[in-house]
Design a protein around this ligand. Structure first.
Ligand code: PLP
Length: 382
């Protein structure tokens, strides 16, 4: 089987499994004061150091959550609620048009339920956030804004100019949330250097377990917890997922030994061969800086939904950006934001490589696509 869907979930690493197995034998609630509780607390504290190390933050800036979705929601709601009573409440959310649904939908819900206004920052045809448009939006009102721009897009892999975004946002007294869920582990993420107020990560994107992530936030970032409870210094209520957190930390530790050039080499070979076999292929975001592991492409006339099913039957796991909502297949909002025509966007396929990808996976994907393409051509000719 060729598993080429690491951007959806990367298979769990052996090191993470071993850590989880070991911690599973400890048991214990990290809030308990007895010896077993203290052992669980030590596991959480160690993992907190590991995650802080991964993004160059300090350990007390790391809040464990149930994943990237919760971390994004906590940052957005937390900032909006915290600032309500302060002298500079958040009155505007400026979110890039290519954000993950966990940001887009939360921002929309905040706009619906509060007086906060939400606007989208457009992207260029290459899928890069339009800095000029961001500046314009920031200048449009004097009310304090929160800007949300991801470090790298999950569908195209396009890396965003976060340094510029944060600088522009801060110059306008706005706060900044960087969703680094997809970027983390695939490129260097430095919380200090980026200067963002909030940053989010998720374990299962780099070989940790699903259901564990973190919100990293500056000590002085406005924040109100969404549920009452004492855990995570009152910032996120609920008993810590000690086993998951141990796996998260162990997977983060593995990243220091990863060779990112391996996935980039596989991805580049995939794209070069694909282009020579299908010269009409369109590779989205190709002209922009991209994560080395991601390829999002369309072969005109090959609908993505058909392709994903056919590839699956051929033991190749890929994904399409299209989402099914209300029984209708909707082309990816990311490709639409990049002004890709609807018909072409409906052909958008993504392959994403990761820590256990091999040359054989590239060959399997290319061969399966070639077989599928020729079947479609034969059917059209008949
Ligand atoms: N943000 C981005 C960019 C993502 O790609 C994802 C998952 O696909 C998430 C957030 C949500 O993370 P989680 O699956 O941990 O909730």
């Amino acid at each position: 089987m060729a598993y080429l869907d690491h951007n959806a979930t990367s298979p769990i690493r052996l090191e993470a499994r071993i850590a989880m197995e070991r911690v599973g034998t400890i048991g214990g609630n990290a809030s308990a004061i007895h010896c077993t509780g203290r052992a669980a607390r030590a596991v959480v504290d160690h993992a907190r150091e590991q995650i802080a190390g991964l993004v160059n933050a300090s350990a007390n800036e790391v809040v464990f959550t149930s994943g990237g979705t919760e971390a994004n929601a906590l940052a957005l709601w937390g900032a909006v609620h915290a600032a309500t009573d302060s002298s500079a409440p958040i009155a505007r959310l400026l979110v890039s048009a290519i954000e993950h649904d966990s940001v887009l939908n939360t921002a929309a819900a905040i706009a619906e339920r509060t007086g906060v206004v939400c606007a989208q920052i457009p992207v260029t045809r290459d899928g890069v956030v339009d800095i000029g448009a961001l500046e314009q939006l920031l200048a449009e009102g004097s009310a304090r804004a929160l800007v949300a721009v991801m470090a790298a897009n999950n569908e195209t892999g396009v890396v965003q100019p976060i340094g510029d975004v944060v600088a522009r946002a801060h110059a306008a007294n706005a706060l900044c949330l960087v969703d680094a869920v997809q970027a983390c582990g695939k490129m260097a993420i430095d919380f200090v250097e980026l200067g963002a107020d909030y940053l989010t990560v998720s374990a299962h994107k780099f070989g940790g377990p699903q259901g564990t992530g973190a919100l990293v936030m500056k000590a002085n970032a406005p924040y109100a917890p969404q549920m009452p409870g004492g855990q995570e210094k009152g910032r996120r209520a609920g008993t810590e997922n000690v086993i998951g957190i141990a796996g998260f930390g162990a997977a983060a530790e593995c990243l220091t030994h990863d060779d990112a050039s391996n996935t980039a080499r596989l991805r580049d070979r995939f794209e070069t061969s694909l282009r020579s076999r299908s010269p009409d292929v369109v590779i989205f975001g190709e002209a922009a800086p991209r994560l080395g592991n991601t390829s999002n492409f369309a072969i005109p006339g090959l609908p993505a939904e058909t392709a994903v099913i056919a590839l699956d039957l051929d033991d190749v796991m890929a994904s399409s950006g299209a989402a099914c909502s209300s029984g209708k297949v909707q082309p990816s909002h990311v490709l639409r934001a990049m002004d890709v025509q609807r018909e072409l966007a409906a052909c958008g396929l993504r392959v994403s490589f990761g820590w256990n990808s091999e040359e054989a996976d590239v060959d399997a994907a290319l061969d399966a696509l070639a077989r599928l393409n020729s079947r479609i051509r034969e059917r059209k000719a008949a």
